[in-house]
Design a protein around this ligand. Structure first.
Ligand SMILES: NC(=O)C1=CN([C@@H]2O[C@H](COP(=O)(O)OP(=O)(O)OC[C@H]3O[C@@H](n4cnc5c(N)ncnc54)[C@H](O)[C@@H]3O)[C@@H](O)[C@H]2O)C=CC1
Ligand SMILES: O=C(O)[C@H]1O[C@H](OP(=O)(O)OP(=O)(O)OC[C@H]2O[C@@H](n3ccc(=O)[nH]c3=O)[C@H](O)[C@@H]2O)[C@H](O)[C@@H](O)[C@@H]1O
Length: 445
């Protein structure tokens, strides 16, 4: 099949490349010229494991190309995928300006029948709205199909080739059949439904996963007070197949470009039809508060944070990505700086992106965890990059002012802490705490 993908970001690029790998002819379009010229030179503008190799191979074999000429790409394709961003407006509602604009441009370029497949996450009713927008601009026949995307950053290629399910929302049986054929190799779990239900499935999925995370984080907070261990609790409840093990890792809460924006958008979608989504509002609130548990734990140990030097290990919202959109690190570092602490930050690959959203004289950018820990009063581990688990704590202790580790992702185990001399705090695992800070430490300034 000849496919044009509009929007060459995390979703568009990965989907486009994976369809090329499945032997379709794919042309990826973006209005950002620098992105396109990088891709044409074989450079990948985002970090995603396994992606570069696929891009290079499919481009070399002639099935994958990149352009900023949307009209030409649309004309030479049977199927057009919309994968542009739908970020939050200040109200929390999804900003549909990009997808509406992309749909207009597609309509104006159409010179024959097209299937238009929406992969962007859009509020219920948006595909119907896009249908109208396109119909007003062209006499050419077309079908709209909603195929929401469920990939995760960091495992996007793997997820695309091994989806749990494919959801196809459409009113048109012929278009549905073509889209089923496109995905048939990937999974047997293909759910065909109407446009509105497909749109809702996407929001409900993200909202449910976010709810699991906030739920386990609240359980973790209670565990800290009653002396239970949240890792054991999560394992214990996860064996119940009705609950499952996934998404029960307690920590500093969810971030990223999707859970925060999609939970807010669903609250707004409900609000627009006069329904107060109380549960989801609490999920969002708990998630926001959870980030600051890092600050409270530092305060328990040091009292005032003024004059402290804090090493931040990890800036990306999760490991294996360079994405820092709504990363917990943003709120945590802002709060530290506000309270007069100096920050030494590092991340294996997300540092450049992070500096674009936050820079301050109070932040020193470091090559790695060791450099960040040098002369620091405490380490805050915010992203569970595997390399942060490889440091020998007893060596780190020698370079730090105070041997304090606040583990926001529960990465360290008892064995690693043994005889390390570290003051250690994690999330919801009080039995792992070492040296209770009854008398608060003072920064050695
Ligand atoms: N990032 C993720 O892991 C996932 C994202 N989604 C959804 O997919 C959508 C896209 O997300 P991302 O890929 O993260 O966004 P992104 O911001 O990485 O990429 C969007 C791209 O679209 C381009 N664009 C915007 N308007 C355009 C136009 N008129 N013509 C050509 N290019 C245009 C932008 O320049 C940008 O490169 C969003 O709705 C998001 O909620 C869904 C599942 C996973
Ligand atoms: O709509 C989207 O964009 C995507 O959002 C998430 O994917 P993603 O945000 O890339 O990454 P996740 O692995 O879901 O992690 C999201 C956040 O939750 C946190 N998390 C995850 C799992 C967990 O148990 N605990 C936890 O705190 C992670 O640290 C991260 O900050 C969903 O998992 C995807 O299915 C969906 O397609």
């Amino acid at each position: 099949m000849k496919i044009a993908v509009i929007g060459t970001g995390y979703v568009g690029l990965v989907s486009g490349v994976c369809f090329a790998e499945l032997k379709h002819e794919v042309i990826c379009v973006d209005k950002e010229l620098s992105k396109i010229s990088k891709l044409q030179d074989g450079e990948i503008p985002i970090y995603e494991p396994g992606l570069q190799e696929l891009v290079l191979r499919n481009a070399a074999e002639g099935r994958l190309s990149f352009t900023s000429d949307l009209a030409a790409a649309v004309r030479q394709s049977e199927l057009v995928i919309l994968a542009v961003g739908t970020p939050s407006l200040p109200s929390g509602e999804a900003n549909l300006a990009y997808i509406e604009q992309a749909a207009r441009e597609v309509a104006q370029a159409m010179d024959g029948r097209k299937i238009i497949m929406t992969k962007s996450t859009v509020p219920v009713g948006t595909n119907h709205m896009l249908k109208q927008v396109i119909a007003e601009l062209t006499d050419q026949p077309f079908d709209i199909v909603s195929v929401p995307e469920f990939l995760r950053e960091g495992t996007a290629v793997k997820d695309t080739f091994n989806p749990d399910r494919i959801v196809i929302g459409s009113d048109d049986p012929a278009a549905v059949q073509a889209v089923i054929e496109l995905h048939r190799q990937l999974t047997e779990n293909i759910i065909v439904t109407d446009l509105r239900s497909a749109e809702m499935i996407k929001y409900a999925s993200n909202a449910f996963l976010a709810t699991k995370i906030s739920f386990i984080n609240e359980i973790a907070n209670i565990c800290e007070k009653v002396g239970a261990d949240v890792s054991q609790v999560a394992a214990g409840i996860g064996y119940d197949h009705r609950i499952g093990h996934a998404f029960l890792r307690a920590g500093i809460g969810y971030g990223g470009s999707c859970f925060p924006k999609d939970t807010q958008a669903l609250i707004q979608i409900a609000g627009n039809v006069d329904y107060e989504f109380k549960l989801l509002k609490s999920v969002v609130d708990v998630n926001h508060q959870q980030r600051f548990s890092m600050i409270h734990k530092l305060e328990e140990i040091f009292g005032d944070l003024k004059g402290l030097t804090v090493a931040i290990w990890g800036l990306a919202f999760k490991p294996n990505t360079d994405d820092v959109r709504d990363a917990p690190a943003i709120d945590i570092i802002r709060e530290l700086v506000l309270r007069g602490a100096a920050v030494k930050a590092c991340d294996p690959i997300a540092m450049d992106n992070f500096r674009k959203v936050m820079d301050s004289e109070a932040i020193t950018w470091c090559e790695d965890g060791l450099e960040a820990a040098c002369d620091a009063d405490a380490i805050c581990l915010l992203t569970e990059w595997q390399e942060y688990c490889r440091y020998q704590l007893k060596h780190l202790r020698r370079v730090m002012k105070h041997p304090v580790l606040i583990d926001g992702r529960n990465m360290y185990n008892q064995e690693q802490l043994q005889d390390s001399g570290f003051i250690y705090r994690s999330i919801g695992r009080p039995s792992m705490n070492t040296v209770a800070a009854i008398q608060t430490l003072q920064p050695l300034v």
